[in-house]
Design a protein around this ligand. Structure first.
Ligand SMILES: [Zn+2]
Ligand SMILES: [Zn+2]
Length: 347
């Protein structure tokens, strides 16, 4: 596995890395410990960070109090803008609310645990569904890092449908959901939504990884079946899945387990996914020539400054999508190797 670059990992004790039975630091509510002993041990190191995070939280609370008090300079703004369902998803509209949303985004960068960061990004979307801050681009990869592939796929598909103008927002049961309306979509379906028109590089990288996981899950099932002695009773797909699925694709493979009764059906699905992966790969490569090389060659990543402003197809754009999605690729065994093989095969 390639070097794991960001700090953010699932919740863990700062000292011993244990992941169960954790207590949260009461000061910053961001760091975790397995118990008092390790919290005390880490205190000298953690003190400064703890204060910085705590101050940021205080700032969020102050901004919230200001909004609730409704500043006199914006009497147009509804008094209960933070709670009224008619306004809550459109907070960006109101200037006085922007510092609050900005602080939320900063808070998300300071989260140590993926679960906590995801929760903040989802909260930013709940407050402002138009997402002027771009929180949505990080969400699918974070879902995948938590093994929540189905939710990642639903999110990606919802956005793709929205970008393609279908369904029209006004046709939705709850228009304020915009692209958050897809539930339990089929992750094996075709990729026209992504290849027909360009969406967004971080989303392209996420869908490519999701399908890569799917393909690898199908391979595992095929290998498992081949390893069975001839004439051995074939276990039910669900039994096979219990044996082969890891945290990488289990949730999405399980949903169509019953349709994988025979080898032909699995091989067919596997071929379809392969074709989809090739189409996605080409669409992304055409759109931004820097992206795949950046994922595979460390030399391509040497950026001393990070810019949030970029032009389409630029190296800066590739770098941003890279930072958002690379950890999820690294954490999927063999995913980058598969990508490398694709690049080599196309040369
Ligand atoms: Zn510990
Ligand atoms: Zn703390």
């Amino acid at each position: 596995m390639e070097q794991h670059f960001p700090k953010m990992i699932p919740k863990h004790c700062e000292v011993c890395k244990k992941t169960d039975g954790l207590l949260r630091c009461g000061g910053c509510k961001t760091y975790y410990y397995c118990g008092r002993e390790h919290q005390t041990a880490d205190r000298p190191t953690h003190r400064t960070t703890c204060k910085t995070i705590k101050d940021s939280r205080t700032k969020i609370e102050d901004e919230e109090a200001k909004i609730r008090a409704r500043p006199a300079y914006d009497l147009e703004m509804p008094v209960n803008v933070l709670d009224d369902p008619a306004h809550v998803g459109r907070l960006w509209t109101w200037q006085p609310v922007r510092p609050y949303l900005h602080e939320m985004l900063i808070r998300s960068w300071r989260q140590q645990g993926i679960e906590d960061a995801l929760a903040v990004y989802l909260e930013i979307l709940r407050l402002n569904i138009n997402d002027n801050q771009g929180a949505r681009f990080l969400i699918p990869a974070l879902y995948m890092r938590l093994g929540r592939n189905q939710e990642a796929y639903d999110f990606l598909k919802g956005w793709a449908l929205h970008a393609a103008g279908r369904p029209e927002t006004k046709e939705l049961e709850n228009p304020s959901l915009m692209y958050l309306h897809v539930k339990n979509a089929d992750p094996t379906e075709g990729v026209d939504l992504w290849t027909g028109r360009f969406l967004q590089l971080a989303f392209m990288s996420s869908i490519q990884l999701l399908k890569t996981r799917l393909g690898m899950g199908l391979d595992l099932i095929l290998e498992y079946r081949k390893a069975l002695p001839p004439g051995a009773p074939i276990a039910s797909p669900r039994e096979i899945l219990a044996d082969v699925h890891g945290p990488y694709c289990g949730d999405i493979i399980e949903r169509f387990a019953e349709s994988l009764v025979n080898e032909d059906a699995i091989t067919k699905k596997r071929d379809e996914v392969d074709e989809q992966l090739a189409d996605l790969f080409v669409a992304t490569a055409k759109y931004n020539e820097h992206f795949w090389p950046m994922m595979l060659q460390p030399a391509e990543r040497d950026f001393s400054t990070r810019s949030l402003r970029y032009t389409f197809g630029s190296r800066e754009e590739a770098h941003l999508a890279f930072t958002y999605t690379y950890p999820a690729w690294c954490e999927t065994p063999m995913a980058l190797e598969t990508l490398r093989a694709t690049v080599t095969a196309r040369k």
